[in-house]
Design a protein around this ligand. Structure first.
Ligand code: ADP
Ligand code: MG
Ligand code: ZN
Length: 505
């Protein structure tokens, strides 16, 4: 019998607000300077009162709306009570039965993955367990010091939690869900959602469904997943582990396991997860919140075009292939730059169309040229930096002009690389570079003929060889002419004129 994994996710996301969730401390975990962004509120001193960060609430609502959620009219915060040294108040302010967002979905590979809720809470402090003979962040199998350290910079940072229904059915779909969610969060600007930095933490619940029964099996929750790769690998590992247990006729124990990256296995952290009792009750220091239709519409209007819509539009509008579209969707800035450059090119096309009407095919050629130079050449020059950074000097207008020069065959593709590099370094416009460095293609017939004469004088033997029928002599002569012009002669013209001349000798 085969078992299918059933997967549900709980995802925590640190919101990128200026200040913390309930106080005015800077929202900056600053791990190099522990305990600098703290105050009596986020340290949980008695007698302090929390104040709700409006920006954090707006970020959660925005995320919920982007994920097709309902926004209930009323919402409230609750206390989730438990003791742990990283929780100064002895409770976490969270949301229990009245979250900000309910019942949404995200489509992955044409399947709707239902989202149960998105709510808002506060992050905990960071615990450091120093290791003997090493710095506080040593990672080898530890012999621990007999004390721990607490850094409260993270305590009280706005944390959004998103919970899905157990709707995912494979490790790859789960990875796709998580990467698409990260992309959406970045488009919305609510979080950088970097998993390695702990800004996005994915907990995976996995159970197996044997054959045709519709009943869900006992689930295992996996924590400590610091990358998308780890998410995928942990699910595959857990599916295999649970399959072995069930095939041996034993039962899967409901428990929390951690992912060990070096060993590539999950290990038990806590058994019997059901036993929790957090004694939730409404947070008495905060008011119940009402969210008006007007606020909801305002926030909705701020949602930019999201990745899936952008994919569809890029495919329709520019007829790009899937791979190129994905580059532009993942690198949002590059995609936006591309669109600006194309709009400049369209202006240019309008100007030249008084002389010659461009066909759709020719316009598509212009678009494809832009794509190639942006994705291959420019990305190479940028080496991971962005086209938005202060040190990026090529304006979309100059880039469009550059493409038009290639299109009109004023420069060869070899020279184009040189021009682009120069534009990248100095920000100068391409025609200026071409003029200053004398890089334009020689397309003047008489000038090419002159150069051919010079080359002929120097290479009498090659001419004789050609006469004797050695065809590679022609290639040799073309090479000599290109060398003489430093690659600037129009190759097709050179070939045509040369052939004519040789047969007439
Ligand atoms: P809680 O953690 O508060 O007890 P639930 O158990 O209902 O809440 O769900 C927590 C997460 O576990 C959700 O993401 C949900 O989709 C997932 N989940 C629930 N049951 C299963 C199951 N049988 N297999 C896999 N995931 C599950
Ligand atoms: Mg849970
Ligand atoms: Zn504070």
């Amino acid at each position: 019998m085969n078992y299918q994994p059933i997967i549900g996710l709980e995802i925590h996301i640190e919101l990128k607000t200026k200040s913390k969730m309930f106080c005015s401390c800077a929202n900056d975990p600053d791990e190099r300077h522990p305990n600098v962004n703290i105050c009596p509120v986020c340290l949980g001193h008695p007698g302090t009162l929390p104040v709700i960060n409006k920006e954090a609430v707006r970020s959660v609502l925005k995320t919920g709306l982007a994920l097709n959620c309902q926004i209930p009219e009323y919402s409230k915060f609750d206390r989730k009570n438990y003791f742990y040294p990283d929780l100064p108040k002895g409770y976490q302010i969270s949301q229990y039965d009245m979250p900000f967002c309910k019942g949404g979905f995200l489509e992955i590979e044409g399947k709707k993955i239902l989202i149960r809720r998105v709510h808002l809470e506060e992050d905990t402090a960071r615990l450091i367990h120093p290791v003997k003979g090493r710095g506080p962040r040593g990672t080898l199998r530890p012999e621990r010091e007999d004390y721990s350290l607490v850094d409260f910079n993270r305590a009280g940072i706005p944390l959004m939690e998103l919970v899905t229904e157990p709707d995912l059915r494979s490790a790859t779909d789960t990875r796709k869900f998580a990467t698409e969610l990260q992309l959406i969060l970045r488009y919305l600007g609510v979080s950088d959602a970097d998993m390695e930095k702990g800004q996005m933490r994915v907990e995976v619940n996995v159970s197996l469904q044997p054959g045709i029964t519709r009943k869900l099996g006992k689930r295992v929750e996996i924590k400590n997943l610091n990358s998308f790769r780890a998410v995928e690998k942990a699910i595959s590992y857990e599916t295999e582990r649970q399959t072995k247990i069930l095939k041996a006729g034993k039962k899967v124990v409901q428990e929390t396991r951690g992912w060990s990256e070096p060993k590539g296995v999950t290990v038990v952290q806590r058994e019997k997860e059901e036993a929790h009792d957090y004694r939730y009750f409404p947070e008495p220091d905060l008011p119940k919140l009402s969210i008006s239709q007007r606020e909801v519409s305002e926030i909705k209007a701020e949602i930019p075009e999201l990745p899936q819509l952008r994919r569809e539009r890029f495919s329709k509008e520019y007829k790009l292939d899937k791979k190129n579209i994905e580059v532009f969707v993942l690198n949002k800035n590059l995609g936006e730059y591309f669109e600006k450059a194309i709009s400049e090119l369209r202006n240019w096309v309008k100007e030249i169309e008084f002389k010659t009407k461009l066909s759709d095919k020719e316009i598509q050629k212009l678009i494809q040229l832009s794509v190639n130079y942006l994705i291959t050449d420019l990305q190479g020059l940028l080496r991971g930096a962005s086209v938005i950074g202060d040190d990026f000097l090529i304006t979309p207008e100059n880039f469009a002009e550059f493409i038009s020069l290639i299109y009109e065959e004023k420069i060869s593709s070899k020279i184009a690389k040189q021009v682009l590099l120069e534009m990248f370094k100095s920000g100068a416009d391409p025609s200026q570079i071409i003029e200053e460095k004398e890089l334009s293609l020689i397309t003047d017939k008489s000038e090419i003929e002159k150069i051919i004469q010079i080359v002929f004088k120097k290479n009498q033997k090659a001419i004789q060889d050609f006469k004797k029928g050695k065809t590679n002599a022609l290639q040799f002569l073309i090479g000599q002419i290109m060398q003489e012009t430093k690659g600037r002669a129009n190759p097709q013209m050179v070939k045509d004129i040369l052939e004519k001349k040789l047969t007439n000798i």
